[in-house]
Design a protein around this ligand. Sequence first.
Ligand code: MLT
Ligand code: ZN
Length: 448
Amino acid sequence: MSSRSEAITCEFCIALQVRVLYCITGASSLVLKPKTTDDVSRIMAHCDKRHLAVVPQGGNTGLVGGSVPVFDEVVLSTALMNKILDLDEISGVVTCQAGCILETLDDHVAERGLAMPLDLGAKASCHIGGNVSTSAGGLRLIRYGSLHGSVLGLEAVLASGEVLDCMSGMRKDNTGYDLKQLLIGSEGTLGVVTKVAILCPSRPAAVNVALLACNSFADVLKTLQKGKAMLSEILSAFELIDSASMMAVEKYLHLRNPLSSGEFYCLIETSGSHAGHDEEKLTAFLDSVMEEGSVCDGTVAQGITQQKDLWALRERVAEALLREGYTYKYDVSLPTRHFYDIVVDMRRHLAGAAVLGCYGYGHVGDGNVHLNVTTRQYDADVGHRIEPYVFEWVRGRHGSISAEHGLGFKKRDFIHYSKAASAVAWMKRFKTLMDPNGILNPYKTLPE
Ligand code: MLT
Ligand code: ZN
């Protein structure tokens, strides 16, 4: 290697590092908005031939920089690929283009008594293709499972422009390798998802939302265990807000917490087909947890407006923290008994550092905690104190360093904390096979 190319490589690495630390905005001068799979195919074939890097972009709501250009990549937006193609009311399978907005899809299937199996705070702007490409988790994974189960069919355009047709509306299909699974969660590095078929459950006729306060995390665990046992098939969400996060939504968004005390708040949702049956189960559960003392206070929403208000307390935590300053965001999976230990330990670890707060909230029902640390502005010292400490901590508990947000640009260098070297090596082989010129979403998911 000549000294000149060494210098270039070094400058390049520094430029990448700067982008990881400070910004993920890129400097793209071209955004293409195809309408059809054929358009995407022709764009990819052209770019592959000319070795032009391409970033597939949906609603741009990701949190790890997976859908933004790092340098001057061409942005391929799915915004105009927003056609709902079919809805089979009997099987519950909706087929659509990748650019359909999640909430629009949910409204559409609702007219036929169905619901999308996925729900998240960004539902009003995220695209289903982005959800599938990132294997988005969300608020109801505890009930409906991940997109690896709900996506029955998928079409993607590969880097060469070839269309990979894995479309199917069948729940059972045991013919050969399930190639679509490789695309789900690959963050647009292996192909551009253009079409999907998704299995929708029946829309629940009866929904209840309760907010419960607990004095300790041990009490949260008791409540969760009892909730799973007593609410079983009607439990559709079990979310956690710690008192610091609750104070943040009150302070920055002026939302009202209806409960007066509690170190932790559990937002519990039930969804079923028979209001009387569900209320009976919920009442028995609430009586039981109040009686044994694991819940110290609670409220059940009366009507849809109150349900939305309670959900806002949980869904808008991230937004509240953004108002506080710079947020260091971690999205990790842990064995449930360690779910909150990471927040307690991080507070201890950061004692004396220039941080404003250390927050824990998230999907306690499925073991996915969102650890957020805020500072007045970006502070490299704080960053170095948190990383790689936080990733080592998670690896020590056999957790995942990215539960639902993906690796994107920001977390890709930490993949080794959650995946064995042999697995990463095979990922790289798949990448080389499917995108030999490395034009699809470069600098994302896999480390250099
Ligand atoms: C959430 O559950 O609120 C989202 O994943 C966003 C976040 O982690 O901040
Ligand atoms: Zn989340």
